[in-house]
Structures are given as structure tokens and as C-alpha cells.
Design a protein around this ligand. Structure first.
Ligand code: ATP
Ligand code: MG
Length: 543
């Protein structure tokens, strides 16, 4: 991977040069309430690459402080996605592993007179926070004694209160210009089963309190996060300092990544999965890592794309074209070249003997001999694309087959069409042609310029295949609510043929079907029912 410099690396280099740290430790802290998407990939690449570049390491830490929305299936899916991207966390940890220590440190805050149990309702707390221009109003419970607070906090833990009856708040400054410093809530009561700690706790720490402590406990040196946490940084630093954590992590924010015409909201993605609008989190149209994997994007393409977007201190929106270009660049050398016909039209080569088949030996990639070779059958019966034939050549630019026009078939012979057959609806169902056996594998190409080169599949050995084509999941009508923008017409299916050599192909094999685009074998593909997903068209101007 190229070594891109960025403002985070500059900070890390200074910290190493001044011996502030000997080793760089970062973490990726997802909440296990959904699958990872391309936006998370920016955070993952940034966290891992920032450590790898300096011989450090990265922890994967699940931010599982909200038992209601979280689920173990998400934990497993997230681990799988990170490994697929090519990163191995040094440790796989859970915020919930630290609940005991977090509790003890909250007790310490109470003892220092820096936290209190507040009996106001959530609505009252919200209302008395004030706004940017108005200071907040101090809670009537704010000046309780340390003893009373210790007892009440213990009672909270013991389950003596109902949900919402009270919370533990930090005692900071109700007039702070930074709203996050206006006595933020540190613990709330939730009676829910936690996937890790089961029923041990009925109080759960809030993210702003939990996160800095988790970082400090793990000895994270640089806690990299997206921009929306910038205003939370003073609180982050306050908690680390006042809970007297021995190790002091530093939070650094970077801009979020958005993709044009893609929705990277876990809420939206979960909603369309739960509504059955998509086939799952790994639907090839989804901007999730699992969806992109199933579609046929490669880990390198995703990483190169993320790195090429640069890392900045502002949020950015990048076009889908840029992502697709990275995929194309990567598949250019990795995908096997093969032939597939998506909209088949029968061609009969009437001067080729019936019942005879010959095999043409062809490489899988013109630039990479080590990708191997395969045999392509050729006979009297072939399929070409419907689009590659018209009755009469319309103009000079038309470089395909027409009546009395000669074209070259990739890797095979020149053929010339001379007649067609129609069905009852008047549609062309078959083209009759002749071939010139002196033109095998393109010989004679120079003397006799054919009217272009088209691809084909030999019909008697062709393997039937399903081709899936995808459009963006949402339309551009930004006046509508997100869920109403769902594009029901975003998955198109075609039934065609691929060459015989592909009959044993397996999920995740990738091909460039010449002149058609890049395709990936779908996870549900079997020998009886081959399924190819279009990864990207050959050029962005294709559609
Ligand atoms: P939620 O609203 O559920 O918190 P989230 O997208 O923030 O959604 P997390 O699981 O909290 O999800 O994300 C893990 C990490 O990924 C966070 O540190 C977050 O900053 C980062 N992240 C999420 N989305 C993006 C994005 N679009 N660009 C860059 N980083 C992101
Ligand atoms: Mg988040």
C-alpha cells in the first residue's frame, strides 16, 4: 500500500520524535448495531494504516454500551468484514469488558464531588440545558453530599430505581459555551439483557464517558474519530483527567466520507433490510462492505479508493465514478478475460460442417500468462449479442455485423451474414452466415479489414447463465423522505450464456466478459445455475 502522508501521520511522527510514545496504538470502535459500510472503511483504513506505518497495532473494540440495539450477529459480521479488508486487529475487545472499572471510576468522580445523581426526568434535563446563547439551569439535586450520591448511585446499580427515574451526571459547568460540558449524563438505567454481560448490570455508561476510559484502559495513543466528535473533545479530556487514568490518549478528528447517491445511514440500511426491500445486508446494491464483496469489489480496490480520497479535516462527498474507477483499475489485472453473451442471438454458419467442433487455445489474460489458458469451442452454431447485428449497416461508424458485412469473431474466424430468419412476431431470431476458414484466430486481419470484432459463445457447449445488473438503491429526488426514494427498479436480470470453460466457476471468481464489463460470481451461484453480478461496466460512459 502506498504511504500517503496526512495530518494524523504528522502528529504521530512528532509524538514519536519527541518520545511521547514508543509505540502507536489505535482502535476501531464500531457499535454492533449494523453492518459496516464504505464510510466505516475510511475509519478502518485510517486506524489501521496509521498504526501499521509506524510498526504499531490496532484493537477492534466493540462499543457495546447500548444493550437494546446490539446483537452478536453484528459482532461476527464486523470481524469478518475487517479481515476481508485485509486487516487483523491485535485484540478483539468489548467496551463491556470494562464496565467494572468504569463503575469504580464513576465512584471516584462522586468522591471528588464531580458527579451527582439527578432525579430530574430526561425532559427536564433536556429543557434546563439552555442553548448556545442561554446558560443552563442547575439541577436542584446538583449539590447533594458525596455520601448521599454514593448511596444513590449504588442503589441505581442495585436496581432500586425504575428506568428514567434518575441518572448520574458529571458536575462540570452549566454555563459552559460548549453544550457537551453542561453536566452531561454519565450513567442511565436500562433493564435489558446485554449480549456480553447478560443481566449483571442495569446501569449503562453513556458513550461520552465510556469511550475515553476505554481508550485510556487499552493504552490507545491516538484515538481517531470522525468530525462530529470534535466538540466532545474537551469532555473526552476532562473524563480522562478527572478519573485519573494513568495513560492519556489523544483524540483526533477527521472528515467523514460520503458517496454521492448512496445512503450511509445504519438506520436507513437496517430499515430496508428489515422491510425486505433488499435481499440482506449483503445485497450487491448495498454500500456495505458485505454488499460490495458480493457485488465483486475487491479489498484492494476499496483501500485504494479510500486512500485516493485523501484524509482531511472536513467531511467530503465523493462520486460513485471515483469508487468504480478504483474497482476497474484493480480488476484490470485480476479478472480473467472470458466471453459471455448477455442478450443472445443465434447465428448459424452454414458452410461450417454440422456435428463438428474445434477448440481454440486462448489465454485468460493477454498481459498475464500465469493466469493460464482455456479451450474455446467453435462450431456451426454460435450466439452473438442481439446488439451486434442489424440488417443494414447504418453508417461508417457502425463496427458490427450486418447483412453482407464481414466481422471478426474474437479468437476465431471472420464471418459474413447473408440472411435472417424471423419468428411470427417479425423479430429476427437467427442470422445465417458463412465463415472463411483461412482467417482462423484473426489471420488475414491486415489484408482484409473486417467491420470490427465481436464476441460470441459456441452454442452447443454454452453454459446458461444469469446476469444481474444494478442501479443505485435510491433515486435523486431529494424532496422525498429517504424511504420513499427507494428505487424498486434497481435490479435487472438477464439470461444468457457463458463459454464452456466457466462451468465450474465458484462464488467470488471475477471475469471481464469482453466488451460487456466486469462480473463476479454470486454467492448463490451453483454449477446448475451460474449467476454473475455486474461489478462495474468497462467504462463509466458505458451506460
Ligand atoms: P451510529 O449512528 O450508529 O453511531 P456510525 O456510522 O457512527 O453510526 P459506528 O459503529 O459508531 O457507526 O462507527 C464506528 C466508527 O466509524 C466511528 O468512529 C465513526 O466515526 C466511523 N465512521 C462511521 N461512518 C463514517 C463515515 N461515513 N466516514 C468516516 N468515518 C465513519
Ligand atoms: Mg457512532
Amino acid at each position: 500500500m502506498e504511504n500517503h502522508s496526512n495530518f494524523i501521520k504528522t502528529i504521530i511522527e512528532t509524538d514519536l520524535a519527541t518520545k511521547k510514545h514508543d509505540e502507536i496504538v489505535t482502535r476501531f470502535p464500531p457499535e454492533p448495531n449494523g453492518h459496516l459500510h464504505i464510510g466505516h472503511a475510511r475509519a478502518i483504513v485510517t486506524d489501521f494504516e496509521s498504526a501499521i506505518a509506524y510498526g504499531g497495532y490496532t484493537n477492534l473494540r466493540f462499543d457495546d454500551t447500548n444493550p437494546v440495539k446490539e446483537d452478536d450477529s453484528y459482532v461476527q459480521a464486523i470481524i469478518k468484514d475487517i479481515r476481508w479488508l485485509g486487516y487483523e486487529p491485535k485484540n478483539i475487545l468489548f467496551a463491556s469488558d470494562y464496565f467494572d472499572e468504569m463503575y469504580e471510576r464513576a465512584v471516584l468522580l462522586i468522591k471528588k464531588g464531580l458527579a451527582y445523581v439527578d432525579h430530574q426526568t430526561p425532559e427536564e434535563i433536556q429543557k434546563t440545558r439552555g442553548d448556545v446563547n442561554t446558560p443552563g439551569i442547575e439541577s436542584p439535586y446538583r449539590n447533594r453530599s458525596v455520601e448521599e450520591n454514593l448511596k444513590l448511585f449504588n442503589d441505581m446499580k442495585e436496581g432500586k430505581f425504575k428506568e428514567g427515574e434518575c441518572v448520574l451526571r458529571a458536575k462540570i459547568d452549566m454555563a459552559s459555551p460548549n453544550m457537551n460540558m453542561r453536566d452531561p449524563v454519565i450513567y442511565r438505567i436500562v433493564y435489558a439483557h446485554h449480549h456480553n454481560t447478560k443481566d449483571k448490570w442495569c446501569i449503562y455508561p453513556m458513550y461520552d464517558y465510556a469511550h475515553p476510559l476505554e481508550d485510556a484502559i487499552e493504552g490507545i495513543t491516538h484515538s481517531l474519530c470522525s468530525l462530529e466528535f470534535e466538540d466532545h473533545r474537551p469532555l473526552y479530556d476532562w473524563f480522562v483527567k478527572e478519573t485519573e487514568m494513568p495513560k492519556v490518549p489523544r483524540q483526533i478528528e477527521f472528515g467523514r466520507l460520503n458517496i454521492e447517491n448512496a445512503v450511509l445511514s445504519k438506520r436507513f440500511l437496517r430499515a430496508i433490510v428489515e422491510d425486505g426491500k433488499v435481499i440482506g445486508w449483503d445485497d450487491p446494491r448495498m454500500p456495505t462492505i458485505a454488499g460490495m464483496r458480493r457485488r465483486g469489489y475487491t479489498p484492494d480496490a476499496i483501500k485504494n479508493f479510500i486512500l485516493s480520497t485523501g484524509l482531511s479535516k472536513v467531511n467530503s462527498t465523493v462520486s460513485t465514478d471515483m469508487l468504480e474507477a478504483a474497482v476497474r483499475d484493480d480488476l484490470q489485472d485480476k479478472a480473467y478475460r472470458a466471453m459471455g453473451v448477455i442478450n443472445p442471438l443465434k447465428v448459424t454458419i452454414t458452410n461450417y460442417p454440422e456435428n463438428e467442433v474445434e477448440y481454440l487455445d486462448v489465454e485468460y489474460h493477454p498481459d498475464h500468462e500465469k493466469m493460464g489458458r482455456r479451450n474455446i469451442p467453435f462450431s456451426r452454431h454460435i450466439y452473438i449479442e442481439q446488439d451486434d447485428f442489424v440488417l443494414e449497416k447504418p453508417n461508417k461508424k457502425y463496427k458490427r455485423l450486418a447483412l453482407n458485412v464481414e466481422v471478426r469473431l474474437f479468437h476465431a474466424y471472420f464471418i459474413k451474414a447473408y440472411d435472417v430468419k424471423y419468428n411470427e412476431q417479425g423479430e429476427i431470431i437467427e442470422v445465417l452466415a458463412t465463415y472463411d476458414k483461412e482467417t482462423k484466430s484473426g489471420s488475414g486481419f491486415n489484408e482484409r479489414k473486417p467491420n470490427g470484432t465481436i464476441h460470441f459463445v459456441e452454442a452447443t457447449h454454452a453454459v446458461p447463465a444469469t446476469f444481474n445488473f444494478f442501479e443505485p438503491l435510491i433515486n435523486n429526488d431529494t424532496s422525498l423522505p429517504l424511504l420513499d426514494r427507494f428505487n424498486d427498479d434497481s435490479w435487472h436480470v438477464k439470461k444468457g450464456f457463458v463459454e464452456e470453460a466457466l462451468k465450474d466457476t465458484k462464488p467470488q471468481d471475477r471475469y471481464q466478459f469482453v466488451r460487456n464489463g466486469y462480473f463476479n460470481v454470486d454467492d448463490d451461484s451453483t454449477q446448475e445455475n451460474l449467476i454473475f453480478n455486474e461489478v462495474v461496466p468497462l467504462k463509466s460512459s458505458y451506460k
